[in-house]
Design a protein around this ligand. Structure first.
Ligand code: SF4
Length: 244
């Protein structure tokens, strides 16, 4: 894809959503870390349902550590793999208390050393909390980057590197959210909404979906049918009038 096309795609995504943000609910960096960590293989909606109950009870590393694994589980049961995530969450909370004075660390190595935190989660925290131009690649972004031709790659890491290399600096900070939202709501896995997609003419996907077929004949045929009906009615009236 030509750099000018890439920039045009980002300009349109920015015009449609100038201030994109995560759909996870959070108020502090630690709450966001917990929410992102819980969101692996789970929808943001079920994470929000869980954290709405969990955070009023425990929303700091010390409080989560004090709650313990069995204490955390009932709050996150709606989230996939909740047994493993509960164990990771408590271990992560303890590590933040013991090694980082209760604060979410601001460097990738420390973040990725936390239990349950991988490259993607670390990138999201670095991007949202610390304002770094990281582009975390999840399943939606992987799909959008490959379909559009924005940053083709066989692995999430390859796509991430291509995105970082090919995204103009002015768009890099928000690229993650624009692409994730586009993949979640427009460029969906099974039936992308190509006919209404705002980057349709710039996208290089060869199998774009087509608009649903219009009803036979469309509007003009409907108008013609109405006119014919009126003519028939008028003819019937005049025949009756002649008989009378
Ligand atoms: S045109 Fe279709 S395939 Fe391309 S980005 Fe839009 S929804 Fe996705």
């Amino acid at each position: 894809m030509r750099p000018a096309t890439r920039a045009a795609i980002y300009r349109r995504l920015r015009a449609a959503n100038p201030h994109p943000t995560t759909e996870l609910l959070y108020r502090t960096p630690f709450e966001l870390l917990v929410a992102v960590m819980l969101s692996a293989h789970t929808t943001d909606r079920s994470v929000n349902a869980a954290t709405r109950n969990l955070f009023p009870v425990a929303n700091t590393p010390a409080a989560i550590a004090a709650l313990g694994v069995e204490g955390v589980k009932p709050y996150i049961r709606s989230v996939g793999l909740y047994n493993t995530k509960a164990a990771n969450l408590v271990a992560l909370a303890r590590q933040i208390v013991e090694r980082h004075g209760g604060e979410v660390p601001s460097d990738r190595a420390s973040l990725e050393a936390l239990p349950g935190v991988g490259r993607k989660t670390a990138s999201i925290i670095l991007n949202i909390v610390f304002g770094q131009p990281e582009i975390a690649v999840d399943t939606h972004i992987f799909r959008v980057a490959n379909r559009t031709g924005l940053a083709p790659g066989k692995t999430p890491r390859a796509v991430e590197e291509a995105l970082i290399a090919g995204t103009p600096p002015e768009f890099r900070k928000d690229a993650h959210h624009w692409l994730i939202l586009h993949g979640r709501y427009v460029c969906t896995a099974r039936a992308p909404k190509c006919p209404s997609c705002i980057i349709r003419d710039l996208c290089e996907y060869p199998h774009k979906t087509k608009p649903p077929p219009a009803k036979r004949g469309g509007v003009s045929a409907a108008i013609r049918r109405t006119a014919a009906r009126r003519r028939r009615n008028a003819a019937q009236h005049s025949r009756r009038a002649r008989k009378d």
